[in-house]
Design a binder for this molecule. Structure first.
Ligand SMILES: [Zn+2]
Length: 297
């Protein structure tokens, strides 16, 4: 399913006259029998990995400082030329990438975006107070909401995403991204996580390196909760954990233990719910697992 998309040279604003003058200066004089050297193949200005599907992560490499406009978002390549983008759950059928390189050259390409159908998942047996919270619970929910929102504004300078992602836990996939959820008969927001059901205490590891920006053993909806900022605005969340083994400010390596599977918060049984956010949109962890940035390194 992994495909590489190379941005085409659709628009080039480099000065063609300057190129011609330069070529003239190296032209052999009349009568010389010189075989011109084969032209070097041009390097693609922006190389990307990832599938243009609703909820996907697209990892690209280009010249440092390149600005990429991507639908209604824009991002700037870091000092190593990495730029990573996310497609919304409900992204439209077409998206245009335009890259403005530091040398003034611009590239443009339009991609069709695979449209998905999301199922409805009926969930019975979650604690009723997590479906119809009391006034006191609402105060706590708002306070925790502010803390989560604050942690999501973190912008780590590292590039944890560049290694690709591994599964954070062993388990049976019991929930997928995008489903419409109905909790104890009450419609809720779509489910954005990838759920790994397994016994309580099963280790949870960092799927990629990053900075821990939230670590709390007892959140109202999430139970034990950890956020890891992988760079470029991509943050993983790990929900319902029975143990939290990291602290805010800690940098974790890919595969390092961060906690253990549990059933805290709005949950019917022990599982890890892994979510990934890019800026304000949720990305599908199952698609993130399939992106291989190795050809770009
Ligand atoms: Zn879940």
């Amino acid at each position: 399913m992994i495909a590489e998309f190379i941005l085409a040279f659709a628009i080039q604003t480099a000065d063609p006259i300057g190129d011609l003058l330069e070529a003239d200066a190296t032209m052999p004089s009349a009568g010389e029998d010189v075989v011109p050297p084969a032209p070097e193949p041009p390097l693609p200005p922006v190389r990307c990995q990832g599938e243009f599907t609703q909820g996907a992560m697209i990892v690209c490499r280009t010249a440092p400082g390149t600005r990429v406009d991507f639908g209604d978002q824009s991002a700037t390549a870091d000092s190593d030329g990495w730029v990573v983008l996310g497609l919304d759950r409900d992204q439209g059928a077409e998206i245009t990438l335009s890259a403005s390189l530091p040398d003034g050259v611009e590239y443009l390409q339009t991609h069709s975006v695979t449209q998905r159908e999301y199922n409805v998942q009926v969930v019975e047996g979650v604690p009723q107070r997590t479906v119809t919270p009391s006034e006191a619970d609402l105060v706590r929910i708002r306070e925790e909401g502010r803390r989560k929102a604050g942690a999501y504004t973190s912008r780590w300078e590292g590039a944890g995403f560049a290694s690709g992602f591994i599964e954070p836990a062993d388990g049976v996939i019991s929930g997928v991204y995008g489903s419409q959820r109905v909790y104890n008969g009450t419609p809720g927001r779509p489910h954005y996580g990838l759920d790994f059901a397994n016994a309580p205490g099963t280790p949870v590891v960092a799927p990629a390196a990053g900075l821990v920006t939230l670590a709390d053993a007892d959140m109202f909806y999430e139970g034990g909760l950890v956020f890891i900022d992988h760079g470029q605005g991509f943050t993983s969340a790990f929900l319902h954990m029975s143990a939290v083994d990291v602290e805010v400010g800690q940098v974790v390596a890919q595969g390092e233990r961060i906690g253990a599977i549990g059933a805290g918060g709005r949950s019917t049984g022990p599982h890890l719910d892994w979510r990934i956010k890019w800026r304000n949109r949720y990305i599908d962890p199952a698609l993130v697992l399939e992106v291989d940035p190795a050809p770009l390194r």
